[in-house]
Design a protein around this ligand. Structure first.
Ligand SMILES: Cc1cc2nc3c(=O)[nH]c(=O)nc-3n(C[C@H](O)[C@H](O)[C@H](O)COP(=O)(O)OP(=O)(O)OC[C@H]3O[C@@H](n4cnc5c(N)ncnc54)[C@H](O)[C@@H]3O)c2cc1C
Length: 415
């Protein structure tokens, strides 16, 4: 796009469009005891509830795509609008004032990660067959990256793909795959050359999740739900036309995909867990706001909430100005997961015994879902320790971690 629309006018049009498709958020303080209290960090839904939620979320994503508000920063020939990030940020700010349908991890992965990856790294044929379909959520896709032996050190993955005529045969295992049961495709990273350093021998594929030889085993979580699964591959045949990028260039696809994850313009994101405002309401309802210890804890929570918002804002504005988010994204992620943990801790202190047994009182035992789900966000999207490593090396300039893996993957010691 050569002639950019005037941002202020574009923003007004976006707002008019939002008014035409969504109700405005009710900004009045929700009365204590009203509605169903949802403090869950990871949704805990039965399969039919998840299907209903996905259908509503997809309905809105399609409207967004058709109106030109999805994947706005992608070039037009890739299914986007070719707009600078400032426009995506303006849309996200406007959209925040509206009641968007509840979403799930699978929607963010499909649009923000896989849809973008296919658009950027796919062939013309893949873009027209899959890119737009993922960006519009006509097809859903999960992220088949992590393995039992490869998470923080993703390049250590060992699920293998071996060339076989006009296709590849995949054998191995993935784990923690969010939404695998509902996905049509998975973005798979597989080792195709073990005789080069670990990052160099990986290839990316799109895999139909109903291909013979794929077994999806949901993982029951501490909260009772099963939002993610183990995925096993036994001699799964993947046609070469579903290879994404060149052979052995999967690490480039992985890094590009993870960068989208960090700068994703908000497709399908949702509030995770309870907030400072919820804890304050809780303290008020239980008559604890006069307690000096509770007041101190609330003040601490408030300060950290404001700092977290300011950091997220800084990252968003830096991206909008065309600069990479850099280490501030790690700072934001770390502050976010620490805030989530602190929010649960302060709520639990105020609740006392009510957090251990359900008294039937509104909005009390419901905090259990927050407490049990918060640790997951210290792990997902890069663990707290990995964020600290980034901050140590790239912000504080401390010496990097010693590297002992500059040898071919096949020579690395593995347990
Ligand atoms: C809610 C949720 C959803 C997820 N969804 C998906 C998904 O859809 N698809 C997918 O592929 N994966 C998914 N994951 C997996 C996630 O990406 C991994 O769990 C994460 O990368 C960490 O890897 P790991 O679990 O193997 O832990 P490990 O990497 O084995 O880490 C174990 C511990 O060691 C620490 N550690 C590791 N390396 C270092 C180091 N160099 N320095 C200091 N400490 C270190 C870690 O911080 C951690 O405390 C999801 C995870 C969660 C919690």
């Amino acid at each position: 796009m050569t002639d950019l629309p005037d941002l202020a006018q574009w923003r007004r049009q976006a707002r008019d469009w939002l008014v035409s498709v969504l109700p405005r958020k009710d900004t009045a303080r929700r009365a204590w005891g009203e509605g169903h209290p949802d403090f869950s960090v990871i949704r805990n839904l039965a399969e039919d509830e998840e299907s209903t939620l996905l259908a509503a979320a997809r309905g809105y994503q399609r409207l967004r795509y058709d109106a030109g508000y999805q994947a706005m920063t992608l070039p037009e020939e890739y299914g986007g609008r070719g707009l600078p990030s400032a426009y995506a940020l303006a849309f996200a700010e406007e959209e925040a004032a509206f009641e968007t349908p509840a979403s799930t991890e699978l929607i963010s992965v499909t649009v923000g990660l896989v849809g973008h990856a296919v658009s950027m790294f796919g062939t013309d044929g893949q873009r027209s067959a899959y890119g737009r379909a993922f960006l519009r959520t006509d097809l859903l896709a999960c992220q088949l990256f992590s393995e039992p032996g490869a998470g923080s050190d993703l390049a250590a993955l060992s699920c293998g793909a071996v060339r076989d005529g006009d296709g590849w045969i995949v054998d191995g295992q993935k784990v923690w795959t969010s939404g695998a049961q509902f996905a049509d495709y998975g973005l798979l990273l597989a080792r195709t050359d073990p005789d080069v350093v670990k990052q160099a021998g990986i290839t990316a594929f799109l895999v139909p999740m109903d291909a013979p030889g794929i077994e999806i085993r949901p993982i029951r979580q501490i909260t009772g739900g099963a939002a993610f699964s183990e995925v096993f591959f036994t001699s799964v045949r993947v046609p070469d036309e579903l290879r994404l990028g060149e052979p052995s260039e999967g690490w480039k696809v992985a890094n590009g995909t993870l960068a989208f994850e960090r700068t994703n313009s908000g497709a399908g994101t949702r509030r995770k867990g309870g907030t400072f405002e919820d804890v304050l309401e809780l303290a008020r309802s239980l008559g604890r706001t006069g307690d000096p210890i509770v007041r101190q804890r609330l003040a601490d929570l408030y300060i950290r909430t404001v700092l977290r918002r300011a950091t997220a804002d800084r990252v968003a504005r830096s991206t909008a100005a065309g600069r990479p988010p850099g280490p501030a994204a790690s700072l934001g992620k770390l502050m976010g997961s620490e805030l989530l943990t602190l929010t649960g801790d302060v709520a639990a202190e105020i609740l006392g015994g009510r957090i251990a047994a359900d008294t039937g009182e509104w909005g009390t035992f419901a905090w259990v879902e927050h407490l049990l789900g918060a640790p997951g966000y210290r792990i997902a999207g890069g663990t707290d320790q990995i964020q600290r490593n980034v901050i140590a090396e790239r912000v504080l300039g401390l010496p990097p971690e010693p590297r002992v893996d500059r040898v071919p993957f096949s020579q690395l010691p593995r347990s």
